[in-house]
Write a protein that binds this ligand. Structure first.
Ligand code: ME8
Length: 645
């Protein structure tokens, strides 16, 4: 029977817009899913959103929407982002889906029947940001280590899951399955939690305090604790208990998470599964954190990096490649645009891009786009062939062990070898005298490129497929298998080999340090007891006082210049009584020359930001419709700097 592979991401809270942390986890899942497709497995990929609990109610309140309207809006942002990052999930689950809610009630009923749920009065230290009780020992300086806020003392009667009953079973299970939680450091962390007595888990919230949740099947006065509800998505998303998908893909589950949610996944979830009589998942795969400027990315600090900002400036595949190449799975990584640009220029534009373009050019020049017949083979050709074939095994092993960055390093080693082979073989010299040898050399380059493109497809699907098309290959993307790549000479082109433009144009950066990205200003913090920040709704009303805070001025554009390396941005000099530099996304919408002299409406008191290394000291206003971007300005000549009220 075809081997099965089921991969999941966490279901993300809808209290904030997606950032590169969410993108990373979801791209890892996508890369692994695509790799397992290449391995010929029957795969299923689940992602989704976590929509119940205090945090979400607080965010909805702040945005002036009902919880339902609010979660619909933010969940859509996640669902619509993933295709733009070429994430091909099979199902998007929401914890507000009726069938998920039914499954949660079913699991609760089973756990209760098992005698694992009891009712009890409890007083404890509660962090609203984490939506859980803390023990004194877990606090750092009396504060929640994640939210840096002191927890509140809460005393209430609630239902509890008898998790303590499964402590020994879980310890034994982890010892018997040493890679159940990986990498090893996280297994050790879980075992260290388990070396202390495991407390039972409070799994309800009284409706007097929270109604936005799934009502307990055995008591209408309570809703289910958000984590007990959320974790069940991994089986409800497959149609547990009787769905065909559940029968096909469970227990082949590979959960991907970051270290922040290790405890619920490494402890609560296996105990819940055991109690409900469901087999444990296969592996919990835990990665580290993307940090920005040495610190945690945080909505309240305003240093959040948004995936689409990066994709707009650098392109999708460079973004996906960078995330996978830069982070060692399991360890933290520092995000910097400089590092992204360096990888894009060195690895993609120089090494891979040049290899593809010089190879295709030679096939065109010497054989009019046809793949030549090989002539005599020499040891140097055999050596390249051996490296290319060995690469498939190395890559496969690394991918199975979550060594995505090492798999990419191995591919690049071979890319380096082909480039060196071309330099040594000098096809331009062979073309003059030894056409037989030239055929052999071109065939070896072609085959190695075919293997490289096949292996890169999980990481950079669009570009890999472009290479496969340019090589004239009949099979592309998911239709190629690792076995095909292990077979030298497996596929011949079915079309003429194309001569194509550069796959990855180089990005030239200014010397001074700077960001090409919009900095996202701090999102308004919620009252601290409610934890994380929210997204203001498009529709939320503002007061007149709020409006008055905006210093709107009439300005005149004095100069407009392109910005090296940016497809969208222009540098403007705007006179508002004083000269300001403003970076605006007008490229392609207006000719630079046509902008000079235009009167515009400008927000003069916007926090400065650095875009493409240029300080921007304001924002000019424009309307966008189907026809493009339209700058706004006064209907007759107005003195620069005049206030707009
Ligand atoms: O915890 N670096 O949702 P969440 C890397 N709803 N990954 C990051 C990251 C960073 N800086 N920040 C976030 C929840 N992530 C729950 C999950 S699952 C049953 C319920 C990623 O929106 C990473 O995958 O806070 C992390 O585990 C997850 O987002 C947390 O997402």
């Amino acid at each position: 029977m075809t081997e099965r592979f089921y991969i999941t991401t966490p279901i993300y809270y809808v209290n904030a817009a997606p950032h590169i942390g969410h993108a990373y986890t979801t791209i890892v899942a996508d890369v692994l899913n695509r790799f397992h497709m290449l391995s010929g497995m029957n795969t299923f990929f689940l992602t989704g959103t976590d929509e119940h609990g205090d945090k979400i109610v607080a965010a909805a309140d702040q945005s002036g929407q009902s919880p339902k309207e609010y979660v619909d809006r933010i969940s859509r942002m996640f669902r619509e982002l993933w295709p733009k990052l070429n994430i091909s999930y099979n199902h998007f689950i929401r914890t507000t889906d009726p069938d998920h809610q039914e499954t949660v009630r079913l699991v609760l009923t089973r756990v209760k029947e098992r005698g694992d749920i009891y009712f009890s009065e409890y007083e404890g230290l509660y962090c609203f940001g984490c939506e859980r009780f803390y023990t004194e020992k877990e606090l750092v300086d009396g504060k929640c280590p994640d939210h840096q806020t002191p927890p509140q003392v809460i005393k209430e009667a609630n239902y509890f899951f008898r998790m303590s009953r499964y402590q020994q079973w879980l310890i034994d299970y982890i010892h018997a399955h040493p890679d159940f939680i990986r990498p090893e450091r996280y297994k050790n962390e879980v075992l260290s939690f388990l070396s202390e007595p495991l407390e039972d888990l409070c799994i309800s919230r009284p409706k007097s305090r929270l109604t936005w949740g799934i009502t307990l099947p055995f008591d209408d006065n309570f809703v289910t604790y958000v984590w007990f509800d959320a974790l069940i998505n991994y089986v409800s998303g497959l149609g547990y208990p009787s769905g065909d998908r559940f029968k096909t893909y469970w227990p082949w589950a590979q959960h991907i998470i970051a270290k922040d949610i290790l405890k619920p996944h490494g402890i609560y979830w296996p105990c819940m599964l055991k109690s409900a009589g469901i087999e444990p998942y296969r592996h919990l795969n835990v990665h580290g954190y993307w940090n920005v400027s040495q610190g945690k990315m945080s909505k309240s600090l305003g240093n959040v990096v948004r995936p689409l900002d990066l994709v707009d400036v650098y392109g999708l595949d460079p973004f996906r490649y960078f995330l996978m190449r830069e982070m060692v799975f399991g360890l933290d990584s520092e995000f910097s645009e400089e590092a992204l640009v360096a990888r894009l220029n060195a690895d993609l534009a120089n090494d891979l891009g040049n290899l593809v373009s010089r190879s295709l050019t030679m096939i065109h020049k010497y054989f009019k786009g046809n793949l030549p017949e090989p002539g005599p083979v020499k040891p140097r050709d055999e050596e390249l062939k051996r490296s290319a074939l060995a690469l498939v095994d190395i890559y496969e092993k690394q991918m199975r062990d979550l060594g995505m960055h090492k798999a990419l390093m191995a591919v690049w080693e071979v890319i380096g070898k082909v480039n060196k082979y071309i330099d040594e073989m000098a096809p331009w010299v062979l073309a003059k005298s030894e056409t037989g040898r030239l055929g052999t050399v071109i065939r070896h380059i072609f085959e190695t490129l075919r293997i490289v493109a096949g292996l890169l497809w999980p990481f950079i699907p669009e570009s890999a497929q472009k290479i496969q098309v340019q090589l004239g290959l009949p099979c592309q993307g998911k239709d190629v298998t690792l076995e095909d790549l292990r077979t030298w000479g497996m596929e011949r082109p079915v079309r003429l080999i194309e001569k194509a433009p550069a796959l990855f144009p180089r990005i030239e950066r200014r010397k001074e340090k700077g960001r090409a990205l919009p900095l996202h200003p701090p999102e308004k913090a919620l009252p601290s007891k409610k934890g994380d920040a929210a997204i203001p709704a498009d529709q939320a009303l503002i007061t007149y006082d709020d409006f008055q805070k905006i210093d709107l001025r009439i300005g005149v554009i004095r100069a407009a210049e392109p910005i090296a390396g940016s497809k969208k941005l222009l540098k403007l000099t705007v006179d508002i009584g004083e000269e300001r530099t403003v970076v605006a996304g007008l490229k392609g919408h207006y000719e630079e020359a046509a902008l000079a002299g235009k009167q515009v409406l400008m927000v003069a008191n916007l926090e400065p930001a650095v875009l493409m290394g240029i300080g921007s000291e304001g924002m000019i206003l424009a309307a966008t419709d189907r026809c493009g971007v339209h700058l706004l300005g006064p209907d007759s000549e107005t003195v620069p700097g005049s206030r707009v009220k």
